[in-house]
Design a protein around this ligand. Structure first.
Ligand code: SF4
Length: 468
């Protein structure tokens, strides 16, 4: 499923966890999740504990519709976790909203997950029908099983005991009545950052922008394979699994993460500008004006304009409030297609040769409408430049692009794509160009959807991975 009205793949969730002694932590988690809303808009949830009793609340919709002052006031305690969800496994239902919750004897357990497991069927078979319908539910059940076996086991020990059963991508925040735990899978597909707040408070979040928003000071990234445990005893770190090569998702830099976040020490906005600069050198265009597809194409368009010397102009204006609407547009409005989201400025585009910059093309349907829109505003030529390589392979690690045949570039050459999109020219950033825009020190990336080079077996997936 495409992200509504963007044509981009959907991100698989934002996670947040915090322990700040003596505070009403639900408010802080709410604001932390606010900064992670872009990672999932289907549902939101918060679980908190006062050290004795764990309370959770979750519902469908945006954070601002799920929580109000009353629901937040009812969530008492100074440690907790939060989650914003975009469903990539399991359907979009209240049951599948997170945090997932289990009562195990006299203890309670809540879990929030970003990523996708690649061995979900095997795990489901082992745990049986009570295990749940999503990979996140299954992980919760596996941890609960350890606590059922040994009620004196610590949460960290229970998690460490089952991690080898999980294959694929998982960044987790897990809590019981007295502890918050953050975990990244050994490849570290999805990011997780650690921050400090006050003298003895700790915060973990999918992105550093969430640390900024709650006034936490960035401490460091949680490492791939690392487990951090936050409790009244402070912070403890361990590496329960064998290390593996780091494979941070390259698409976090291309599209998913917020531009004001830093990943592996590099600011995302700066990386996108570098991608645009490199794109201008690799795929120059003879044109009058550089126009971004807002908003994610803006930094790359700035980079392209600065490098090429072609002036930058905002030629498409985003309707910021067409996000996730609960009212389906009438057919007449649906026919307006992309116009619900973007409106062209005729004065900028009319009679001009445009370099149109977008960060990625996944299925191509929205891009085709976009080209039409730019032409309808009078553009004389449209030269499409994409600040990432062709998206040719499905992602099994947390993006909703599992159907290879739906990917525009899966079985087409660049010339065929240009013809399909009816552009005057087309240029993609190379994989080398993309990687040279990212931090190089001790960091390697997952590029599977762009290269077909999967860092792990894709296990349960039913897809035949033939070459394009
Ligand atoms: Fe990211 Fe692509 Fe790898 Fe998925 S396959 S984790 S989208 S780089």
């Amino acid at each position: 499923m495409n992200s509504p009205l963007t044509g981009k793949p959907g991100e698989a969730c934002g996670v947040f966890g915090a322990y700040v002694p003596g505070t009403h932590i639900a408010n802080l988690i709410y604001f932390g999740l606010f900064a992670l809303q872009h990672r999932g808009q289907e549902s939101a949830g918060i679980a908190v504990s006062d050290g004795h009793r764990l309370t959770a609340y979750k519902n469908m919709g945006l954070l601002s519709t799920v929580f109000d002052q009353n629901t937040l006031a009812g969530l008492q305690g100074d440690l907790g976790i939060g989650h914003t969800r975009y469903s990539t496994t399991g359907s979009s239902t209240w049951e599948n909203a997170q945090p997932a919750f289990r009562a195990v004897g006299h203890r309670n357990l809540a879990l929030g997950h970003n990523g996708n497991l690649t061995n979900t069927s095997a795990l489901a078979m082992r745990l049986g029908s009570a295990g749940g319908t999503t990979d996140s539910e299954l992980m919760t059940s596996a941890i609960a099983e350890q606590i059922t076996k040994d009620e004196n086991i610590s949460l960290a020990e229970a998690i460490a005991a089952v991690l080898t059963e999980f294959e694929g991508a998982y960044t987790l925040v897990v809590m019981d009545d007295s502890t918050v735990v953050g975990v990244r899978d050994p490849h570290g597909f999805r990011p997780l950052s650690l921050g400090r707040i006050g003298d003895d408070g700790w915060v973990i979040a999918s992105e550093t922008a969430a640390l900024d928003l709650v006034g936490a000071t960035f401490e460091r990234d949680v490492e791939p394979g690392e487990m951090v445990v936050i409790s009244a005893a402070g912070l403890a770190s361990s590496f329960p699994q064998e290390s593996a090569p780091s494979r941070l998702c390259v698409f976090e830099y291309v599209y998913f993460a917020r531009p004001d976040s830093n990943l592996a020490g590099q600011n995302v906005q700066a990386a996108r500008v570098l991608m645009g600069r490199r794109l201008a050198r690799e795929a120059p265009a003879d044109a009058d004006v550089v126009v971004p597809v807002p908003e994610s194409g803006i930094p790359a368009a700035q980079g392209f304009a600065w490098e090429s010397g072609i002036p930058y102009e905002d030629g498409l204006i985003k309707n910021r409030y067409v996000g996730r609407t609960f009212i389906q547009p009438e057919q007449m409005l649906r026919d307006q297609g992309i116009r619900l989201k973007l409106n062209p400025i005729k004065d900028v585009l009319d009679g001009q040769r445009i370099v149109l910059i977008d960060d990625s093309v996944v299925r191509g349907t929205t891009t085709a409408q976009l080209i039409e829109l730019v032409r309808s505003a009078g553009a004389r030529e449209v030269h499409l430049r994409i600040s990432s390589p062709p998206y040719r392979w499905p992602c099994f690690y947390g993006m909703d692009t599992s159907d290879r045949d739906s990917l525009l570039a899966a079985h087409r050459t660049e010339a065929e794509i240009a013809e399909f999109l009816e552009v005057d020219s087309l240029g993609y950033l190379t994989l080398d160009g993309l990687e040279s825009s990212l931090p190089s020190a001790n960091q390697t990336f997952c590029t599977a959807c762009l290269s077909g080079d999967y860092p792990t077996p894709v296990g349960d997936s039913k897809f035949v991975l033939e070459q394009p």
